[in-house]
Design a protein around this ligand. Structure first.
Ligand code: BGC
Length: 765
């Protein structure tokens, strides 16, 4: 073992901020919440004055969030509103009812405290933007910020002041259906997008009528569910929790997120909703989060199912002690908090702290003065600005996985094109999970966009071949093959329907559902080249089919402007430029597989390893090579993190550092020349990775530390700079301490996590 000296930096609340500020295009500013003020209003004063007037029952009322909607506001609901027994409602969708609910709360309750009306606005409200995983594939947080800004405008106009987004659960398992809702596997990329979306929803001034409160969810470790089964157990050592799962939440807190949602899962035996360590110690005390925590839908009551709470009274007690300020949908708080305080089981100070937090956000939102609670109207059709942004984001999110012999882009002058596949003309299934308010009639399908783009001289031969993605009905196959044979090219639109990803929709088999593989394989046997476009909420295991196809564009679930974005890329109006925010496995058996793994004592790279078909009978156990890999599939993924092709080529050269030694507290300037050597103007995502070679806790083989999206003309070279701070190159120990250690690092730049251009530097004391 190395005997190098260690330098410790005590955990800094601004750590994530530093990482982002100094490393690439992901900028962050600590949010100044004093900007959220209405001419001269003192938020603390307003909150304290109100709190002083409240009865215990009214305080507890603020901590209750319900969904009660059946189209009519019942007498019971009216009475609860008048009695100040409800602080928030969620997912009530009739604007007139929202207004009436607010009116009763404001005009007929004793203190007139408005409700905060919440909704799941996850990737757009009326305008549906690409799913969050796709947005992460743009590697352009500014785009995600702009999408969230438009979503906030649309949602606020419909009477909502709070969204349950962004979801920022790091996920290394594509079986998990909710992988679609997050930003992928990397904590740095995830942090950049988490902060950007918070800024987009909340804007600079939370009190302006078109901004809404954001909610960082699901705190925490939800994406680490065993086997990728939604809601399942997560076992996460402290260092992993802090190095991988917590950073996006920290970034969201630094960006001023108004609320945090506790997760359904347990972490190391303690449910996230009753977890004093993560909620009270880390989030509230260590990070100084001053917004409020809401539980997930009945996640408080579910602590009984977990085997952590005995009954609802126990649920209320454990939840408030852990730091849940508002209870979503279940009734432990409404039914038991008063009794717990009166009997002295919990202090009223805990209640005051929770209510203060909720009122603080209501005050920052300007709800007490905001005229917007008196107006609510469902937004009409998406406007031009929203549609243009939806198209750009979709286009930049799509990842070109394969393009043999430059099959793409296609010429617009083809004589005939066969458009086949269950998702070629489906306006709903390309919208993705959590599409609650988008309308399929706004969607531009691939077929519609291509018909619009291609002149009348091209014959378009269209057939879905399969009625929907899970269908096994082969009755149209012969017709589809016939159309393929008489066309110059086949565009096949495959994938999984929206409902196959998202909450509670985990899959054990990740292939294209139904008989799609079969149909594609049949089409590949014809002489007509096939281009495959895949719409999905997760990485699918497409290895077998990829071998038979020359070009594959991975389009995720792109939203309202699906077709326009796909058409522009296929016909070369723009080059694909998305990069994978998550590793694509060859097969489910490789999962979990992620780029920032540990090296192990027996890494497979560079070793002679016998594969299963070559194992001699009765071979001696270790004659095959001892390494961390599979006999049958090896150790490499199908496509690595950060990967994505372009219609042009980029060359990286002249990787330089301002110094090969850096002191704690200092920066290294990294520069690299990137040249577009192909024949088309295009964008590239320049990525920067490091490896800490020896540390007191083993470090990943690569860690993303910066990225920049650049645009280069044909033959153009740009020098791309990164400022890498030594202080951002540390890690959290198993005791939860953030340390930066002196020692050697490798550094790479390139167009994927398999970048080869490498240099070295050292952190010195
Ligand atoms: C989900 C949350 C969501 C909430 C409210 C839960 O089932 O886990 O992500 O915000 O419902 O709809």
């Amino acid at each position: 073992m190395s005997s190098r000296k260690y330098s410790y930096i005590v955990f800094m609340s601004s750590f994530v901020f530093l990482v982002m500020l100094f490393a690439g295009s992901c900028k962050s500013v600590l949010r100044d919440s004093s900007k959220d003020k209405i001419a001269g209003k003192n938020i603390d004063k307003q909150v304290e004055e109100l709190l002083a007037k409240m009865t215990l029952s009214e305080k507890i009322g603020q901590m209750v969030q319900i969904n009660d909607f059946d189209g009519v506001i019942s007498d019971e609901l009216k009475q609860r509103l008048r009695d100040g027994k409800i602080g928030s409602m969620l997912n009530e969708i009739v604007p007139e009812a929202n207004l009436e609910i607010q009116r009763i709360a404001v005009e007929e309750s004793r203190l007139g405290i408005p409700l905060i009306m919440a909704r799941d606005v996850i990737h757009g409200y009326r305008t549906i933007f690409p799913i969050p995983l796709a947005q992460a594939a743009t590697w352009d947080p500014n785009l995600a910020q702009a999408c969230a800004r438009i979503a906030a405008k649309e949602a606020s106009s419909a009477g909502f002041q709070w969204t349950f987004a962004p979801m920022m659960d790091i996920a290394r398992d594509p079986r998990w259906g909710r992988i679609a809702e997050g930003f992928g596997e990397d904590p740095y990329l995830g942090s950049c997008f988490a902060a950007a979306m918070v800024r987009g929803f909340q804007g600079d001034d939370l009190s302006s009528p078109d901004t809404i409160a954001a909610c960082a969810k699901h705190y925490v470790g939800y994406g680490a569910a065993e086997g990728g089964r939604d809601y399942d157990t997560a076992n996460i050592p402290e260092s992993l929790l802090r190095n991988v799962y917590l950073p996006p939440f920290k970034a969201a807190v630094d960006a001023g997120v108004a609320a945090v949602m506790s997760a359904f899962n347990e972490i190391n035996g303690i449910p996230a909703t009753g977890n004093v360590h993560t909620l009270r110690d880390i989030l509230k005390n260590e990070w100084g989060f001053d917004g409020f925590v809401v539980s997930d839908w009945k996640s408080t009551a579910e602590m009984m199912e977990h085997g952590f709470c005995e009954d609802m009274r126990d649920v209320a007690e454990k939840s408030i002690i852990a730091g849940i300020d508002m209870e979503m949908q279940s009734s432990a708080y409404g039914d038991y908090l008063e009794e717990l305080v009166k009997e002295g089981a919990i202090s009223e100070k805990l209640i005051d702290d929770a209510v203060r937090r909720i009122l603080r956000i209501k005050s920052r939102l300007g709800l007490f003065e905001k005229p917007s609670i008196y107006s609510a109207k469902l937004p009409g059709k998406p406007n031009e600005e929203a549609l243009a942004l939806a198209k750009t984001t979709a286009m930049k999110s799509m990842v070109l996985l394969k393009n043999n012999d430059k099959l793409l882009p296609l010429s617009k002058d083809l004589k005939s094109i066969a458009i086949i596949g269950p998702l070629a003309d489906d306006p709903y299934e390309v919208l993705g999970t959590w599409n609650r308010d988008g309308k399929p009639e706004d969607t531009i399908t691939p077929l519609a966009a291509i018909l619009d783009m291609i002149g009348g001289d091209t014959e378009i031969n269209f057939i879905t071949g399969l009625p929907y993605s899970r269908s096994k009905d082969t009755s149209e196959f012969a017709k589809a093959i016939e159309l393929a044979k008489k066309s110059q090219i086949v565009l096949f639109f495959a994938g999984e329907e929206s409902i196959l990803s998202g909450e509670a929709h985990s899959r054990a088999y990740l292939n294209l559902p139904g008989a799609q593989d079969e149909l594609i394989a049949e089409l590949a046997k014809t002489d007509t080249p096939v281009v495959l476009v895949i719409f999905a909420g997760r990485p699918l295991t497409i290895g077998d089919i990829a071998e038979k196809i020359d070009a594959i564009l991975y389009a995720w679930h792109p939203g309202t402007m699906t077709g326009s974005a796909v058409a522009d890329l296929i016909f070369g109006i723009e080059s694909p430029s998305g990069k994978l925010p998550i590793t694509f496995p060859k097969t489910e058996g490789q999962i979990p597989i992620y780029y920032n793994h540990k090296n192990t004592g027996r890494p497979p790279e560079g070793k002679q390893l016998t594969m299963i078909d070559d194992i001699p009978l009765r071979a001696y156990q270790s004659s095959l090579g001892d390494a961390a890999r599979y006999l049958d599939i090896g150790y490499k993924p199908l496509y690595p993190f950060g990967y994505g092709l372009s219609y042009t080529q980029f060359e990286y050269a002249n990787l330089k550092l301002s110094s090969d030694k850096v002191k704690l507290g200092d920066n290294i300037k990294v520069s690299v020349d990137v040249t577009n050597t192909g024949d088309m103007e295009a964008e590239e995502v320049v990525q920067l990775y490091v490896r800490d070679l020896v540390a007191s806790l083993t470090r990943p083989v690569k860690e993303l530390k910066g990225f920049k999206r650049i645009r280069l003309k044909k033959n153009e070279t740009k020098t791309v700079d990164f400022a890498l701070s030594a202080d951002s190159l540390g890690f959290h120990t198993n005791e939860g301490k953030y340390v930066v250690e002196a020692g050697k690092f490798h550094l790479w730049t390139g167009g994927s996590s398999e970048a080869e251009l490498m240099t070295e530097f050292e952190i010195i004391e």
